[in-house]
Design a protein around this ligand. Structure first.
Ligand code: NAD
Length: 348
């Protein structure tokens, strides 16, 4: 059994903890750490794990094989680096850092320690997205012309949890990784973004932007288009599209199931409400892949970013670089070059 610790027991951490404890073969959740007094207790006792308020002690514990980091983003990079000192393998939620330099620092530490470092780009593990990438890799469709990805959250967002860069760093980062995933081998060179506070205009003067659209120019000529909004009346809406000479691939659906009700007022169908409903299987698949990689003892360098494999530190840094350039583009009101991101040597 791979002994797994969870750091951060909030909304995502609780779901990942349950996934590790109940849905990932070969994994055992041994401890839940959250510095907020009492925060980890109920979850840990429900899942048969120990609870602690000391994440550092968990990361130093050589009895722990692997850690799932689901703390707030600003702590991620330092937590990854701390894990490397004890050789603990890391699954880190997105974004892996707030700045590209910190993402590179964490990746380098992981590389030097020889640990598996996987980042929570769960869409790569969703069935439609995986199948699309397999078709792109097969080559029959030709080279990408345009790629699209969008995220619309169900709403009810809390201003205390939103900062000026949140829509880029925490939300669109998924879409930016999707654009990269569906355009393998290409590098983003320029981004142009517009964003505004359309859901809560009263928060505009605090820089809390809730609606954004951006275009990304890649070095192979393809253009990516991504959009996000923090409120969608119809629920949680995540879709993507790849278009090239051989046709179009569309991924995702707003439909919760296949049922269509034909009634006196017309047709109705249920829509997806939450991320943990839409991506339940993808969240399970990403953690299963992580635990398998840890258990296999394979060279972690061979698992990073491999088609259908593990999104690693280079992927985290590359998506973050585009996200931060997009935020700058909004401030400048003009296109911004995406800075080159140093690779730590894990294959892209
Ligand atoms: N992949 C996805 O689809 C997805 C979805 C939601 C959230 N996330 C990511 O998961 C992470 C957590 O998000 P959330 O919604 O669960 O947040 P949350 O605020 O609900 O939970 C965060 C938890 O971390 C704890 N914490 C605070 N400081 C800590 C520290 N220094 N060390 C360890 N724990 C600490 C808090 O007490 C809290 O319990 C974020 O990076 C977020 O972007 C990813």
């Amino acid at each position: 059994m791979t002994r797994v610790a969870l750091i951060g027991s909030g909304r995502m951490g609780a779901f990942h903890g349950e996934t590790i404890a109940r849905r990932v073969p070969g994994a055992q959740l041994v401890v839940v750490a959250d510095p907020e007094p009492g925060a980890a207790d109920a979850l840990a006792s429900r899942l048969g794990a120990a609870a602690t308020t000391d994440p550092a002690a968990v990361l130093a514990d050589r009895g722990v094989d692997a850690v799932v980091i689901a703390a707030p983003a600003r702590f991620h990079a330092d937590l990854v680096v701390a894990a490397t000192t004890s050789g603990t393998h890391v699954f880190c939620e997105k974004p892996m850092a707030m700045e590209v330099a910190d993402a590179v620092r964490a990746s380098e530490a992981a590389r030097a320690a020889g640990i598996v470092l996987q980042v929570g780009f769960n869409r790569r593990f969703a069935a439609d997205w995986r199948a699309a990438r397999a078709l792109i890799d097969a080559g029959g469709l030709g080279a990408a012309r345009t790629i699209r990805s969008l995220t619309r959250d169900p709403g009810g967002f809390d201003p205390a949890r939103v900062a000026p860069g949140t829509i880029f760093r925490e939300t669109l980062i998924h879409d930016l990784d999707t654009l990269r995933f569906l355009n393998p081998g290409a590098t983003a060179v320029e981004v142009y973004a517009t964003a505004d506070a359309l859901v809560r205009p009263d928060w505009r003067d605090r820089g809390l932007l809730d609606t954004a659209v951006l275009t990304v120019r890649f070095d192979n000529g393809a253009t990516g288009i991504a959009e996000a909004c923090f409120q969608a009346a119809h629920g949680y809406d995540v879709r993507a599209e790849w278009f090239g000479p051989g046709g179009m691939l569309s991924m995702g659906s707003t439909r919760a199931d296949g049922l269509v009700v034909h009634g006196a007022a017309g047709l109705s169908a249920a829509t997806v409400r939450y991320d943990q409903d839409l991506f339940r299987d993808a969240y399970t698949a990403e953690l299963t892949a992580f635990v398998d990689a840890v258990a296999s003892g394979a060279d972690p360098a061979l698992t990073g970013g491999r088609p259908g494999g593990l999104p690693g530190g280079d992927d985290a840094a590359a998506a973050l670089a585009i996200a931060l350039a997009a935020a700058e583009s909004v401030r400048e009101g003009s296109p911004v070059r995406v800075p080159a991101v140093p690779s730590v040597g894990v294959p892209a």
